[in-house]
Design a protein around this ligand. Sequence first.
Ligand code: IDP
Ligand code: MG
Length: 149
Amino acid sequence: MERTFIAVKPDGVQRGLCGEIIKRFEQRGFRLVAAKFLQASEDHMKKHYLDLKDKPFYNGLCKYMSTGPILAMVWEGQNIVKLGRVMLGETNPADSKPGSIRGDLCIDIGRNIIHGSDTLENAKAEIDLWFKAEELVSYTPCAQPWLYE
Ligand code: IDP
Ligand code: MG
């Protein structure tokens, strides 16, 4: 089992898309392990997006991410880092296929409503940045044997 960090960005929260996004991960069969609703500081977002610090959009991105509440979540499941990225679609919604979250629900690369970890290593680092170990809940969902062979 893998874990990934998924966040509904401030634009997704303002547009009332938290429920739709949670629904997609639940219906796929993934398990919610942790969630919190918070407004992140610009400093926190600068840590989260540190790998993009040389990009021209870095400052604007960190500012936009700190201007409103975020729904931060940890989801678990087999191969979830990769499958989560497929569910999100491409970074640019214009390149995202219909059926993906970004392909269905947003238009602009700078307002692409959702974050998802891109590698297992980054998922671990992002989960550590956003959550304390005791905030992650372990349980066995009753559908487990109906989801996995
Ligand atoms: P990802 O969110 O699909 O992993 P990254 O390349 O890691 O994409 O970029 C992080 C975020 O930075 C994107 O989700 C998007 O919000 C923003 N971003 C990426 N490229 C651009 C751009 O060219 N203009 C404005 N914002 C961008
Ligand atoms: Mg990324």
